[in-house]
Design a protein around this ligand. Sequence first.
Ligand SMILES: NC(=O)c1ccc[n+]([C@@H]2O[C@H](COP(=O)([O-])OP(=O)(O)OC[C@H]3O[C@@H](n4cnc5c(N)ncnc54)[C@H](O)[C@@H]3O)[C@@H](O)[C@H]2O)c1
Length: 314
Amino acid sequence: MSFTRKRVLVTGGAGFLGSHLCERLLRDGHDVLCVDNYFTGRRDNIAQLLQNPHFEVMRHDVTFPLYVEVDEIYNLACPASPVHYQFDPVQTTKTSVIGAINMLGLAKRVGAKVLQASTSEVYGDPTVHPQSEDYRGSVSTIGLRACYDEGKRCAETLFFDYFRQNKVGIKVMRIFNTYGPRMHPNDGRVVSNFIVQALHGEDITLYGTGSQTRAFCFVDDLIDGMIRLMATSPEITGPVNVGNPHEIPVRELAERVIRLTRSASRIVHRPLPQDDPMQRCPDITLARSLLGWEPRVNLDEGLALTVDYFRGCL
Ligand SMILES: NC(=O)c1ccc[n+]([C@@H]2O[C@H](COP(=O)([O-])OP(=O)(O)OC[C@H]3O[C@@H](n4cnc5c(N)ncnc54)[C@H](O)[C@@H]3O)[C@@H](O)[C@H]2O)c1
């Protein structure tokens, strides 16, 4: 089989998922242009790539147009954790909506394929379980999370309108809870929170009773799904759920982290934040059939790698 080196743009490339994606694309033999405004991304995440002659970094905010020549675009730019996206909610919506318009415009101009990092948050606090792609969601338009959830929903709309109206090659991936090395230690997400608290020997804060469930996907699995989706034929647009369907109560996650870190931390309870979903679990039937994709890394394995990473950072 012949191999073609592609020029690939990754927006949000200095973030948690973006940095793993850049690494994987370089390993697969492509030229990678990483674009980031460093709002939540960090240079440390990509420091190991800077010597690679096929890697280029550009400080740029995707709410402004970008003129570059590329074959593929992975649009990941957007703060992903509630603490970060609620810090400047107007900018969050702008990043999702104007960022999508700019990346779709670029894709249209240069004939590139473009993949949108959408989210399970488009399902809001779901009334069906597990969520398959045809579920339309239960989202507040005015709540604290709306800047992110509605921004991502509108971005999906734009992707499908550019596909129908302008024949842009699109791929929409709905990402479920993903964890792993290079998560931001202060992003308030449950996996990083628990690990950092456990390593510091602090109380582990559990919101509500801890009976709310989540399903956690290890970053390497997620990136593999992303690459597979981009490689599908043009008629496959998504949306496709990618995540790990193995669901556990958040309390059990806290207990596993305590066990893995051998921490003396105690579990303490706090009130549930506004609009926090009670259940979140992907139906990945479509990803299995379209992409031949399945998560491979089990939770204890992935948590151990993540704990090692945080031990190194702290
Ligand atoms: N990690 C998850 O569990 C998860 C789940 C669902 C969806 N996603 C989506 O995947 C993408 C990446 O998430 P992540 O977990 O790596 O988050 P992250 O915050 O680590 O990465 C986002 C990156 O985008 C950059 N960014 C933000 N606004 C920007 C702008 N206006 N211009 C340029 N760069 C900008 C940030 O600096 C950061 O590097 C996001 O779009 C997020 O919505 C992630």
